[in-house]
Design a protein around this ligand. Structure first.
Ligand SMILES: Nc1ncnc2c1ncn2[C@@H]1O[C@H](COP(=O)(O)OP(=O)(O)OP(=O)(O)O)[C@@H](O)[C@H]1O
Ligand SMILES: [Mg+2]
Length: 319
């Protein structure tokens, strides 16, 4: 297997900007229902951007607008630095998307399916097919019928098909839905590799644990409204929860509440529940000790993206 990236064609930027996709005030109404409200997003070259939200949050509607399949009711979309409505076909040629279970011929092999697709697209060199099959580690199963592929292999063939045109932006709507843990891992391992080649990946997903592992930044939406957009590590750093037991909780609350870097402090039974930045456990301990308060118990409950998501969306994980 060669590790040579296939995207040396576009290291860095063609337009002098790393922003591949931008939405400005993007809005979609279906009758009375506002499915996407005033959405501002920026997705950059080389990053995996996770677009998260419970069922019906507006993720696929947003993807449909980005791909020119759904007309926005308001706002605008810029792809590669230009407005989508001014240059839709040129922009869409630089995007690869798997928006639902990809449709292939079940009786043809993976290879033959890609060859048929390449002929339909036109201008794809023959060598490119072997190259993309190798990129998704299907080279050894290329001659097998698509209908006999596992779900994970089907998804990877879908991703391979998007790579035929060497896209700069890859949009995947729920790429791991219906996959077992092994299939999910196959897709999860592939996604960052594609981004590191200089592409941007826009990934809609419910699988928060997966997203936490592969995404550089995430946006969380609910009912069409963006609730948060930040690097994953920043979101995770928002809310380490410490459970602390001390002899004088009232004084401990007063001390910790006065520290600007503490997010919140509350009493729960005889424990303090402190929301503090990641890796600040020893700082919290030291702040109390400075005032002669020594914790008899100090337990850190780490934060997962899932807990941040549940906190922001009010308990709907969508899973
Ligand atoms: N063509 C349409 N006509 C009317 N309403 C629609 C249409 N498409 C989507 N909607 C509504 O818009 C809202 C957002 O739907 P969307 O499919 O974008 O959500 P989603 O975040 O992709 O959800 P899921 O996680 O279930 O895929 C939903 O309330 C949905 O019922
Ligand atoms: Mg959807």
């Amino acid at each position: 297997m060669t590790n040579q990236p296939t995207t040396e064609l576009h290291p860095g930027s063609r337009e002098g900007s790393d922003i591949v996709l931008r939405t400005i005030g993007l809005t979609k109404r279906f009758g009375q229902l506002e499915a996407v409200k005033n959405l501002d997003l920026e997705v950059r070259r080389g990053e995996v951007f996770g677009f998260l939200g419970p069922n019906g949050a507006g993720k696929s509607t947003t993807v449909g607008m980005i791909l020119g399949l759904i007309a926005p009711s308001g706002g605008s979309i810029e792809l590669f630095g230009r407005r989508l409505d001014d240059n839709q076909w040129a922009a869409l040629r630089r995007i690869g998307a798997v928006v639902e279970a990809p449709a292939f011929y079940p009786y043809l092999s993976g290879q033959d399916n890609l060859e048929a697709l390449a002929r339909a697209i036109g201008g794809i060199p023959r060598a490119r097919i072997a190259e993309v099959l190798e990129r998704v580690s299907l080279q050894d199963r290329a001659a097998d019928r698509y209908g006999h592929y596992s779900m994970g292999m089907k998804q990877r063939l879908g991703i391979a098909s998007t790579l035929l045109r060497d896209p700069e932006l890859i949009v995947l709507d729920e790429p791991a839905s219906g996959l077992d843990p092994a299939g999910t891992k196959e897709v999860r391992d592939l996604i960052p590799r594609l981004a590191h080649e200089g592409r941007a990946l826009f990934l809609c997903s419910h699988l928060l644990h997966e997203v936490e592992q592969v995404c550089d930044r995430v946006a969380i939406i609910k009912e069409g409204v963006m609730l948060a957009c930040a690097p994953v590590h920043e979101l995770l750093a928002q809310g380490q929860t410490l459970q602390i037991k001390v002899d004088d909780p009232a004084q401990a609350v007063a001390i910790l509440s006065g520290l600007p870097w503490i997010n919140s402090v509350k009493m729960e039974n005889d424990h303090l529940i402190v929301s503090a930045p990641e890796e600040s456990t020893s700082r919290v301990n030291a702040a109390l000790a400075e005032h002669g308060i020594f914790a008899s118990e100090l337990v850190s409950h780490g934060v997962s993206l899932e807990s941040v998501f549940l906190q922001l969306t009010g308990g709907e994980s969508g899973d």
